[in-house]
Design a protein around this ligand. Structure first.
Ligand SMILES: Cc1cc2nc3c(=O)[nH]c(=O)nc-3n(C[C@H](O)[C@H](O)[C@H](O)COP(=O)(O)O)c2cc1C
Length: 184
């Protein structure tokens, strides 16, 4: 069974990013995948404080919800990160989350695990989809540094809450189904 961790990086409740990742998650479960959906705005965590203690230990001293999320990340076969486009990049919420991956930097054991893992990138911006490029590229760079293979990307364009098209949500659902079934 494919184990999937879906992460929404949107601060806006019930917005377009949430809609995209919720459809992906629903599709993944429908085809037998084991999918967990996390909305970062509901997670209690702080940004990296730059202490560099994890260089030696590969553990983070910040005692918050990230400690539970680290074990979910380690177990998941597929990481799905969804972000609204904020100033041509990902949201600050998602970036703060990514900064906490500093624990994995130089961790050879985790690196070996990551070679087997896959990633999916979902982005939604208010302008045309080509303006999602930098945010998407940043996530591609992040996943490549983590040694994950990106197996799916969907860009959407919608500004007001819930204005994302049905067609785009269907694409997210279908991609979730495909990856949940293990044929991603
Ligand atoms: C702080 C902020 C910055 C934004 N910057 C961009 C941007 O650079 N490019 C863009 O296409 N849309 C931008 N938008 C619009 C959002 O990407 C758009 O409204 C999107 O649907 C938000 O996703 P959500 O519904 O999940 O919150 C910005 C919105 C906010 C609040």
């Amino acid at each position: 069974m494919t184990s999937i961790l879906c992460v929404s990086g949107s601060p806006r409740e019930g917005g377009n990013t949430d809609a995209m990742i919720s459809e992906f998650h629903r599709g993944a479960i429908e085809t037998g995948g084991k999918s967990t959906l996390i909305k970062l705005r509901e997670v209690i965590f702080s940004g990296c404080d730059g202490c560099e203690g994890c260089n030696e230990t590969h553990k983070c001293h910040l005692n918050d919800d990230m400690q539970g999320i680290y074990s979910l990340l380690e177990k998941a076969d597929v990481w799905v990160f969804a972000s609204p486009v904020y100033w041509w990049n990902i949201s600050g919420l998602l970036k703060n989350f990514i900064d906490r991956f500093e624990v994995y930097w130089g961790d050879e054991e985790f690196k070996r695990l990551c070679f087997e893992k896959k990633a999916v990138i979902l982005t939604c911006g208010g302008q045309t989809e080509n303006k999602n490029r930098e945010a998407e590229q940043y996530l591609e760079l992040f996943f490549s540094k983590m040694h994950l293979t990106v197996i799916g990307k969907i860009r959407a364009s919608a500004d007001e809450k819930t204005t994302i098209s049905e067609g785009k949500l269907l694409s997210c659902f279908e991609l979730g189904k495909k990856i949940g079934s293990g044929s991603g």
